[in-house]
Design a protein around this ligand. Structure first.
Ligand SMILES: [Zn+2]
Length: 176
């Protein structure tokens, strides 16, 4: 699972608070005063993160929606809980691995390591698979022609590499 947005907010606030405290300490020792107090720095840190983070979040999501809103890859990513702002934050704020950022789940620990060219993820166990709608080599998901986990996770979006006919066939199997 992706690190929760609340946790990322707390991490960012703590980091900004530490930076503010260093500035406050420098200021207070330079002027020999006690002007900036820790609780003021804490509030300022939370407000800064909310304001700048919120603004960046809005710009990122609005921009990505504008350019990629109709892209099936992007819609599938959004349907799986992805957020282009949170998933692109550096490690300090968001400690998730690349796989978790892309798919929201960790890859299972297996003896077989799928080739790098396998870019898709099994909707059930998250093992990397060759084709998007496929029989999974790891958990055998898809073997009984049940693709409901795919729809649960990615929504009703036809992936670009699957033809209209094949997609209709998959959906037919699903509903029938
Ligand atoms: Zn699987």
């Amino acid at each position: 699972m992706r690190t929760s947005r609340f946790k990322i907010f707390v991490r960012a606030t703590v980091i900004v608070f530490i930076i503010y405290m260093m500035i406050a300490w420098a200021w207070n020792s330079m002027t020999n005063s006690n002007f900036w107090k820790p609780w003021e720095m804490a509030i300022a840190a939370a407000v800064s993160v909310l304001f700048y983070g919120g603004f960046s979040w809005f710009v990122t999501n609005f921009g990505m929606g504008l350019f990629f809103g109709r892209n099936p890859e992007y819609r599938a990513y959004r349907n799986s809980g992805g957020d282009p702002f949170f998933d692109s934050l550096p490690w300090l704020f968001n400690p998730d691995s690349e796989t978790v950022r892309q798919s929201g789940m960790v890859e299972p620990d297996t003896d077989f390591v799928p080739p790098a060219s396998w870019q898709f993820h099994c909707p059930q166990c998250n093992a990397r698979v060759q084709h998007r709608v496929d029989v999974c080599w790891n958990c055998r998901y898809g073997q009984d022609s049940d693709n409901s986990a795919y729809f649960d996770r990615y929504g009703d979006v036809r992936p670009p590499e699957i033809s209209e006919e094949k997609w209709a066939e998959i959906k037919e199997r699903q509903n029938g």
